[in-house]
Design a protein around this ligand. Sequence first.
Ligand code: ADP
Ligand code: MG
Length: 701
Amino acid sequence: MAAAADPRAGNGNAPARQPVTTLPGVGPALALTLARLGIECVQDLWFHLPLRYEDHTRVVSIRDLAAGGAAQVDATVEAVETGFRYRPQLRVAVTDASHATLLLRFFHFRRQQAQQLAPGTRLRCYGTVRYGKHGLEMVHPQYRVLHGEVAVEATLTPIYPVTEGLGQQRLRGVIDTALTRLPADAALELIPAGLLEPLGLMPLRAALLEAHHPAPDADVAALQAGMHPAQQRLAFEELLAHHLGLKRLRARVRRRRAPVLPCDAGLQRRFLAALPFTLTRAQQRVAAEVAHDLGQRVPMLRLVQGDVGSGKTVVAALAALSAFANGCQTALMAPTELLAEQHLRSFREWFKPLGIEVVWLAGKVTGRARTAVLARLAAGAPIAVGTHALMQEGVGFQHLGLTIVDEQHRFGVQQRMSLADKGRASGEAPHQLVLTATPIPRTLAMSAYADLDVSTLDELPPGRTPVRTVVLANNRRAEVIERIRVACAEGRQVYWVCTLIEDSDLLQAQAAEVAFAQLCAALPGLAIGLVHGRLKAKDKQAAMDAFKDGTTALLVATTVIEVGVDVPNASLMVIENAERLGLAQLHQLRGRVGRGSVASNCVLLYQPPLSGLARQRLETLRRTNDGFEIAEQDLKLRGPGELLGTRQTGEVGFRVANIVRDAPLMPAVQRVGAALLRRHSALARRLTERWVGGATRFAEA
Ligand code: ADP
Ligand code: MG
């Protein structure tokens, strides 16, 4: 009850919680638009922070412009030209007192606009400078026509996340109005002073005001880099809020009871005896860690991370075996159909000798087949393998004791929880096991997986040979094709992987078909297969089987083969346009070769010219086979969204924090987080709600 006396602990009438419509100028229509940005109350506006800043405080002379950065210039129109050769284009050459020329280019414009930009007109333009065919240019700069002397802005201009029907100007106005209601620190701060003071961070009120309106003398470079003390204060608080959200989620799950699933030693011995291999020491250790969790009355929340090929599947199978031994069901969910099918095959092969049924549920299982599967699950079929379809409404289990999610980074926390929710009927919460091939650097794991215990498979099964990787420009394709011919003549098998940036099955399939036709023409007499996401499951399987049993020597594929495919005789992989993929994904793909005893090679083909960053990334892959090092590099070069694959699920959608840049804050986040959870749980909840939106992102588990 101490919380009730605390002025911060949830007072519905506090200005923070008042709906946005209490602000002058915000009517129901604008409120609806704001709701699309997740903004409902006044506090949401305070914490709707700029994504970045534009510097309209200075005018740069054209001669001093540097490509790559954004700048503001005052210039006079010299010449205007509209062209329609490939697509409509408006080109405006401008100059200033430095007598250098800058080209402004527009691809969307109105006729009026072209007329307005007559020679002699004075403009103030702001945009990103780059090198074009005819020297420096700005594409679609912001601009306004100048009449007489116009002062520059006094402070940096914040740029906010906006939505259709709500522009920067309008949103800025609403936020400024909301900021007039910002209370004094005592009412605003949620972190108790005793915890906050030792950190030496800026007070929250000052930090918010500075972030929305940087002072005229603010350190521009620091602000642009997100390292200004105001931003660091806010980043700390945001990381803390996410951390607490995950910890509270964990606590909530762990308050529930799970079925105790002790291992059946006899059954396990029979299972292991039937395997075509013996477990590595790492597998034994991790399996024991999992078995220990399964023997407890509280739900397991464990992540098993292990590099590609480290053998995570059999660890998962052992957990499923324990569930079976205790009369509980297991659901294994994988992000793609191909991977789920691979698991289905492994599981059926391993469980068949023990007479344990494994049922299959994917989106493509429909009609009567689906009805039959659902009936089996409701009647207690021991193991279900499938895709997202397992989470859908209408899928029910008799007694779900264990959920396994493979490639966890492709799903979100919420999806994992909704699978676990399928266990509700029995009154107990299932144990949760998640697998990932993306090794997570420790600081990142602390924030991204704060709700999970982590086990690591740090050893590959014996007999694997390291893959040698080369990076080649696409114009050396002919040499690569010759290499394929030689490898196949020696009885080995080859993957040719086609990549596309577009996330379209159709385009990917088309690209693969084009490559397939080219390779068939270049390699007459060679048996070539083709697999992509648009094929029927049956045809996909036929193509995979033909490659697996050696009927085809070369397999042309899209990235659908990224996970799960296992053909030990394949010793060469060619990846086209490798520069388009993330490092983790390339590493995963490359893990498809080097599974047998022959020396394996991977050729990364790229389309020149290659940017410096892209070169560095491919070079990392060439240099090392260590998934951990690759993940760290990827993180440095591209940021966490890519690595965790959560751009789609929106899980790591931070407002100011950046888990890589702000990693040094994590130890303090953990310390303060632990203290808050112990002594101020109401404040912890409000902090998460304030930053993350308690209702949506970390929904009741
Ligand atoms: P990943 O960790 O990438 O999911 P998998 O579980 O798919 O790896 O295992 C990769 C391959 O290694 C599979 O063919 C699997 O049967 C095999 N494998 C797993 N464990 C061992 C082991 N201890 N010894 C030999 N082969 C193994
Ligand atoms: Mg796997």
